[in-house]
Write a protein of this length. Structure first.
Length: 280
């Protein structure tokens, strides 16, 4: 069954086959609508121009704010961008990704320590804890948790999404474009819109669970063989999508070869300092 057919059929067996392309779903795997919904996720990079229905953005934010947040600090925010000219400028800052211009809604997910800084000043309380790497990391984690809740909600409404790490290519320029205060940074973006059915997205295979799921202790004894199988699966997927064949392991190692492969993000520490993050 093709990925598109698997997505439309929505059976757990078909979705498992599309996601892993080896083995079969364990017999004890709960066949629940939520699991099928999450396994059907596809990164959508082609959108219709139709705007989102009224209330969907607010629903997504409610879903996001229902995610766990460390100590209830809630050190994240979102900027929703619908203006076409602003989306075009953000597209260029993120490496010229056309789907940012095309999607009717673009969300910038922020680590936002500025709110607690303002509250501290208002209440005459010290906020030195904001200057530590731990608090910044909490903001990144919380923003990601909230975004994934929102993504699941959007997809339940028949919308598609794709995350945009390219917002970290030029953090200071993005901050100026979005008028962010100090101690606030866009850690990633998200395109949202109705998928263009003329250019359907496919379910991308993932690493075997044996590579990422460790029981009791970390164990790499079967990693080489499993990654080798996955290299072949990924190469077949690339060919199906009309993309250049490659070995996943080689391609991903090249992505972390050095600062030249980080698309400008090698200077992230410098950018964070410029945006008011001390990171002790």
């Amino acid at each position: 069954m093709s990925d598109t057919a698997a997505f439309e059929a929505g059976s757990l067996a078909a979705l498992w086959a599309a996601r892993y392309r080896e083995g079969v779903a364990p017999g004890a795997l709960p066949d629940e609508a939520m699991l099928r919904h999450l396994m059907a996720h596809r990164s959508v990079r082609a959108y219709r121009p139709d705007p989102l229905p009224e209330g969907v953005l607010e629903g997504a934010m409610a879903a996001g704010q229902s995610a766990s947040t460390s100590s209830n600090l809630q050190v994240w925010s979102v900027v929703a961008v619908e203006d076409a000219e602003r989306r075009a400028r953000l597209s260029e800052l993120a490496g010229g990704q056309a789907h940012i211009r095309q999607a009717p809604l673009f969300l910038a997910w922020l680590v936002d320590l500025s709110r607690l800084a303002r509250l501290g000043a208002r209440l005459s309380h010290a906020t030195e804890g904001l200057d530590y790497l731990e608090t910044f990391l909490v903001g990144v984690v919380d923003a990601a948790l909230a975004a994934q809740n929102a993504a699941a909600f959007f997809e339940a409404q028949g919308l598609g999404i794709v995350y945009i790490g390219g917002l970290r290519n030029h953090p200071e320029q993005v901050a100026r474009e979005l008028r962010l205060p100090d101690r606030c940074m866009a850690v990633f973006g998200m395109c949202v819109g109705y998928p263009d059915t003329a250019r359907p997205a496919a379910i991308k295979p993932r690493l075997p669970q044996a590579v990422v799921l460790h029981r009791e202790c970390y164990d790499v004894s079967g990693e080489d063989a499993a990654v080798g199988r996955y290299d072949g699966i990924d190469e077949a997927f690339q060919r199906e999508q009309g993309l250049a064949p490659r070995a996943w392991s080689d391609a991903m190692v090249r992505r972390v070869a050095g600062p030249q492969s980080l698309n400008g993000r090698d200077r992230l520490r410098e950018a964070l300092a410029a945006l008011g993050f001390a990171l002790r």
